[in-house]
Design a binder for this molecule. Sequence first.
Ligand code: MRU
Length: 344
Amino acid sequence: MKPVEWLGNKLKIIDQTQLPGKVVFVELRDHTEVVAAIKELKVRGAPAIGVAAAYGIALGAQDIKAQNKAEFLSQLDKILQTFAAARPTAVNLFRAIDRMKKAATAADFTTIKQSLIDEAKLIHAEEEAATERLSRLGARLIKDGFTVLTHCNTGPLATAGYGTALGVIKAAKEQGKKIEAIVTETRPLLQGARLTAWELMQENIPTTLITDSMAGYFLSRGKVNCVIVGADRIAANGDTANKIGTYTLAVLAKENGIPFYVAAPTSTIDLSVSSGEQIPIEERNPEEVTSIGGIRLAPKGVTAANPAFDITPHQYITAIITEKGIVRKPYMSSLKKSLSVEPI
Ligand code: MRU
């Protein structure tokens, strides 16, 4: 089952908002439908957002009707801008936009249109390869018999590939290790309860779902060997933006002497921001907090806040697992030295 699939003239995705109740595939026929799918979290997770956006831009370019190259590029630029406004935190989106812009160099439109499709396919193939490799590298950190706590959703759905944090758990199991997972539900949109629990059950990995507020209990009772999460953007100093609640888990892990790992492809590292303070945090509709699954729980008129991500300062992160190697402190120099590769 492919969460994101290019069909030549349209993009097919699983509508993640309907999981796990219904497995619904939707076909997106123009770039505006892809932008809407990203905004509405039908397709979500940093690498998957980048892949979907790349295909969406390629799709948008096919529909451009221009008299000359300058006009073509100006229309392409408008399409790029609509994607850039879709979600602010995951840097994979901006990396994909940048790559697609740079791929539009040929003299004639027909060639540009084809090179944009080729570039999108390349971005997808690279994310598939990177997430598989980082998962196999990261699996070395997981010992036989480990119970791993993870947050949000970081499997094939979130990556259009093998997975990041969830990929590491899968790869450890594939290596023959006995692994159990503890999954936080990840309020407000329940990516953990809905998507991670579903993906882990498909992999036959014993899984226990907990509410976000139970994490301290489990981390303090010796029930967790390590915490692994994904990332939406990693700053040059190692500060990491990830789903809201990640920072809390990192502090709790440190307090209880439990390793805290971040797993992400290098496409999620943004060396242009020196620290987490510069990473934009998406503020989403407060109704996602006052309601669950469309059912209002909080009193009408109450003020609610809904930051979708938080920043985990680098000092709480034991290691960053990438496809180019496992990086440890000091992150500023390790990440800049373009990551020393550890052979498999
Ligand atoms: O708002 P979402 O569901 O797109 O947030 C996703 C996350 O925070 C993931 O942990 C992150 O993108 C890593 S995905 C491999």
